[in-house]
Write a protein that binds this ligand. Structure first.
Ligand code: FAD
Ligand code: EPU
Length: 283
């Protein structure tokens, strides 16, 4: 347990201090959950208040950040590989590379998402070439009330949404994969990666808003409102892609929140935030 600036753990590089609890097994997790807590993944979708948060912030480490990709003989068939447990704290990019080398398909559409497995599952991270739930067999969810195992069929999931309540911790999952070849998986990964060409390379938590269904995407709407390149403090709406806010160096959560408000004032279509705000009422 250590008090640390959460800026260190977010891809935006913003956020004040909190008590960070590193948990490596279910017993440590149960102890950490004895007081109000939050669960932190890769910090790649987070805007944390400059004051930090009062709750304990849990990080999964050790075995909960390791992946057993051995096919489970009971659950696997000739057309489908079901893996052993993959920890919620496993970084998704490394996992995707390993699956590619093994020639296992279903998750390569999520290439380039800097999440941990638990965070990717929690919001069903994805691209137009595939989403996390495409490769999910089952998952273990821990709350202060206990541990349960569920399958995707038990959850009300959809676009950027798993249906799992906040602070229900995805501790580990089993993946459901399709045997393919390393070459084929690599080709699909490269193809999906092309869609990122226009995304900024700076510190950011990814897309700020979900795409409203039907018509234009959030990026196009913000772009058409003439907001690309708009800057408040050290935060800026990316000139490359209007649905990304970037940290120019030393941005504060307040800068980012002010930009989010400005976007909502200027864009006539209601936009649903994709970022998670800590605390939730922030801004
Ligand atoms: P965090 O940001 O740490 O947390 C986000 C939420 O998930 C929080 O509410 C947190 O409590 C919860 N959470 C984290 N871990 C767990 C867990 N183990 N159990 C339960 N809840 C948990 N997203 C896309 O969908 N598609 C993209 O193409 C995409 N591209 C991106 C590109 C860049 C450069 C960046 C920075 C982000 C991008 N994102 C994208 C956004 C982000 O990567 C996803 O939202 C991702 O799912 C966040 O996962 P995380 O582990 O970083 O979660
Ligand atoms: N566009 C503009 N101006 C902009 C940005 C985009 O006109 O500033 C136009 C593009 O020209 C294109 C269309 O909008 O015609 C769609 O843009 P893009 O291909 O960049 O896709 P997106 O819908 O903006 C989505 C996801 C990304 C994901 C990419 C690639 C959402 C909110 N965003 O972006 O996910 O990486 O597709 O598959 O669903 C994220 O969720 O954090 C994220 C980065």
């Amino acid at each position: 347990v250590e008090r640390q600036p959460l800026a260190r753990y977010t891809t935006l590089g913003v956020g004040g201090e909190a008590e960070v609890w590193f948990v490596a097994d279910h017993a440590q997790l149960a102890e950490a959950m004895e007081a109000p807590y939050r669960i932190l993944g890769g910090g790649s979708n987070l805007v944390v208040a400059d004051e930090g948060v009062p709750e304990r912030v849990i990080r999964l480490t050790g075995p909960l950040a390791q992946a057993d990709l051995t096919p489970d003989p009971q659950l696997s068939t000739s057309g489908q590989v079901v893996t052993g447990w993959v920890g919620g704290g496993v970084p998704l990019p490394g996992l995707i590379r390993k699956l590619q080398k093994l020639g296992l398909s279903n998750l390569e559409g999520t290439v380039g998402i800097p999440a941990q497995v638990g965070g990717a599952v929690w919001m069903n991270a994805g691209t137009r070439y595939g989403e996390t739930f495409d490769g999910l067999h089952s998952l273990e969810i821990v709350t202060p009330e206990g541990t349960r195992q569920v399958t995707p069929d038990d959850l009300d999931w959809g676009y950027r949404n798993s249906g799992i309540p906040r602070n229900h911790i995805v501790t580990r999952v089993r993946l459901r994969l399709r045997p393919s070849t390393p070459e084929e998986v690599l080709a699909r990964m490269d193809f999906a990666d092309q869609a990122r060409k226009g995304q900024p390379k700076m510190k950011t938590p990814g897309c700020a808003f979900k795409n409203p269904g039907g018509g234009k995407g959030a990026g196009q709407l913000i772009d058409e409102a003439g907001l690309k390149g708009t800057r408040i403090g050290q935060a800026m709406i990316a000139p490359e892609h209007a649905n990304f806010i970037v940290n120019l160096g030393g941005a504060t959560a307040a800068d980012v929140l002010a930009l989010l408000r400005l976007i909502r004032e200027r864009v006539s279509v209601p936009l649903e935030l994709e970022y998670e705000l800590w605390p939730e009422g922030l801004g």
